[in-house]
Design a binder for this molecule. Structure first.
Ligand code: GAL
Length: 384
């Protein structure tokens, strides 16, 4: 049977006070008290989908690192289906999970599950995507998501030649036609990515350097439900046949995720762009990305996709494990941000990691030298 931690039910301040006094958390109803041996604890890890390799890597890294510390791990993927994720979490709780690590599909759809978790004294760690509208989110591990959006916009400007990789002014002045894409509106990150990007792009749209020829600049107009590659491809096809049927060209596309980027690139390729960024007379448009998925890293290496944002899922997993460990020991995890991530009910203490922009010329130093991908995987566009 589960050794409930009896910790999540404590208010954050009480918990902090207890931790500061070196005291133990209050034992939960019939629980093992605040500190339990890793061997006695089960950690439920709920990931959104296996269709994106990024989440497979996240799931594997979290599981591996927790098991290395002696925990038992119940890892589930929800196939991007909200009821499936809810059921999986319900089941984790029923089967005695002591701590939950959750990357939500819909950040607003898990209040019921979190309520049950709280009443069973199960701490909840929100993984990469903030769970919203619930007081029962104990900690958040992610990246600096506003900075991700800014980095994507800067990568777009770099690809167009308006900026250099080091941020200095480039030689190109425009005007350039661009189109904007955003992720799934039910993912809290989507808004941070888009706001971060628009923080950089809006002044250049205002001064005419960048022209969003479709006129679609609201997040609701450009969002792609569930981050689906096919939906992004379809929207890009519609833009090409609708907005760019007069002989004009789209020069750049802000894409917030590699899966969407590949859909966008397929649409552009089918319309005669490319195959590469240097093809003449009709070069591939500058397309950004995120996650350094292997298929996209190959496209960047081949000069087709312009950039991606690398978020080291190994490090994110490590932070989730550190947070879980802190809860297991009856402590509060150490946050490095306590004011940005308001989930609608409370500001969730967070640990945010930095990100890196990847272009063709730093695939080696950022992705291969760090052991994230091998040169062979990059050449094949497939993980081993
Ligand atoms: C976001 C995540 C991105 C990307 C996207 C699609 O929540 O932060 O890195 O993976 O989902 O899966």
């Amino acid at each position: 049977m589960s050794k409930r931690l009896g910790f999540a039910a404590l208010s954050a301040s009480l918990a902090l006070t207890l931790a500061a006094c070196g005291g133990e958390g209050a034992g939960g109803s019939g629980g093992a008290g605040s500190s339990a041996a890793a061997e006695d604890l089960t950690i439920g890890v709920s990931m959104p989908t296996q269709t994106s390799e990024r989440w497979i890597n996240d799931g594997n890294s979290v599981k591996q690192q927790l098991e290395d510390k002696g925990y038992t791990v119940d890892l589930q993927y929800a196939n991007d289906d909200i009821p499936t994720q809810s059921q999986q979490i319900d089941q984790m709780i029923t089967e005695g999970a002591d701590i939950l690590v959750i990357a939500a599909i819909d950040g607003t759809a898990l209040s019921g599950q979190l309520e049950t978790a709280a009443s069973n004294d199960i701490p909840v760690i929100s993984y990469d995507r903030l769970i919203r509208d619930s007081a029962n989110v104990d900690f958040y591990v992610s990246f600096d998501n506003f900075a991700v959006g800014q980095a994507q916009a800067n990568a777009l400007l770099t690809g167009l030649g308006i900026k250099n990789e080091d941020g200095s002014a480039g030689s190109a002045t425009g005007p350039f036609n661009i189109e904007l894409f955003a992720g799934s509106l039910d993912d809290n990150n989507t808004h941070f990515f888009f706001d971060g990007a628009m923080d950089v792009l809006q002044p250049l749209i205002d001064d005419g350097t960048l022209v969003v020829k479709s006129g679609q600049t609201d997040i609701e107009q450009v969002a792609i439900l569930r981050w689906q590659q096919e939906t992004a491809q379809k929207r890009m096809e519609d833009l090409l046949t609708g907005t760019y049927n007069d002989g004009s060209k789209v020069n750049g596309v802000l894409s917030p995720y590699d899966g969407l980027s590949r859909g966008i690139i397929t649409a552009l390729t089918n319309a005669g762009y490319g195959p590469t960024l240097s093809s003449q007379p009709n070069p591939m448009a500058v397309v950004t990305g995120q996650d350094a998925e292997i298929a996209s890293v190959k496209l960047i290496n081949d000069g087709v996709q312009s950039s991606t944002i690398f978020k080291d899922t190994r490090k994110l997993a490590e932070q989730a494990v550190i947070a879980a460990q802190a809860f297991a020991e009856g402590n509060q995890p150490e946050a490095n941000n306590t004011d940005t991530y308001d989930n609608g009910v409370k500001v969730v203490p967070s640990y945010l990691l930095p990100v890196q922009t990847v272009y063709k010329d730093n695939i080696q130093s950022v992705l291969i030298d760090s052991g994230y991908w091998t040169a062979d995987e990059v050449a094949k566009g497939q993980s081993d």
